[in-house]
Design a protein around this ligand. Sequence first.
Ligand code: NAD
Ligand code: ZN
Length: 345
Amino acid sequence: MRAVKLTSPGTLELVETPIPEPGPGQVRVKVAGAGLCHSDLHVLHLKSPWPGPALTLGHEGSGWIDALGAGVTGVTEGDPVLVNLIWSCGHCRPCVMGRDNACVSGGRHNHPPTPGLGPDGAMAEYMLVPVRHALPLGDIDPVTAGPLADAALTPMRAINSVRDRLTPGSTAVVIGVGGLGHLAVQILHASTSARIIAVDMSDDKLDLARRHGADLAVDSRGDAAEQILAESDGYGVDAVFDFAGVQPTVDLATSIVAPEGVVRLVGLGGGGLRFGADADTRALPWGVDIRKSYGGTLADLTEVIALAAQQKLTVESTVYPLDDFQRAFDDLDAGRVTGRAILQP
Ligand code: NAD
Ligand code: ZN
């Protein structure tokens, strides 16, 4: 089968590799589509070689069950499935308490096993998945469903963690209307009463946000902080979700959040926080609740699938043949992708 592998820092190759055989507790999934996440670009641009054998990328996979390993019951060949992002163990204390995105298998600094970031991922014709992490898709199209497993799951967790704040009269700001951000806007629109302000730096992304329910789209090439503060009488907004995480967006988040408001940092752009007691406009107000938000839980993913099944969540996508992976990566890197790029084997 063909697979897109990271063969050295900065280099991806389409490699011919044997079709894998499912082991005990695993299913083999025939991949229908694999979403291309900005995190894949971060991995591609790592300075040091990936440890271990060349990695097949792709942590947003969906397809059909194709073969069952020993002991697997309850699923049938041909079932359409979404591959969960975080292959938690299901037994440790965080897992049992429903915080499986913090499964102890990840240790303190790494993350639990994730396809395409450890085990071989979805940018291939087939992949192996622990059956517990192959979720039924029902009638949702498997070709474009993959991004639900991360680009929708991750915003769902960030939003669920502040849901009690998103009451009528509240305002939520989504910074970065890319793969994750355009789904965050839809989740906020479909499942909260918050007024939604979206921020990006390109006209297409601002249009994308408006099409999916943003009440206001703000161009960060202008003075976004001033404009958003003016919308909240200078006091600030209830919740800010940063899906870029670069210094200008972290500064924007801390400039617009209200006292006792919440900031969810999702983007991995390397921005830093300042929280001294100074009166700098970019310093945090008192009482702000900040989280470096990671992925989501199986419960969050179940909610994502339910919203998608109700057609309240749509992955806007451009589908590329798997062999054309380089063009897809280049388009994402250059900011030319609206919504998500998907590779189809
Ligand atoms: P993307 O490239 O699809 O979207 C990023 C968006 O941010 C783009 O629309 C871009 O125009 C916008 N942006 C960048 N700089 C901006 C600025 N200064 N002002 C306004 N908008 C700006 O990326 P994605 O796949 O949605 O991923 C977003 C980030 O989230 C990445 O850093 C990715 O690695 C990270 N991520 C984190 C998790 C997690 O669990 N924490 C999970 C998935 C992805
Ligand atoms: Zn991702």
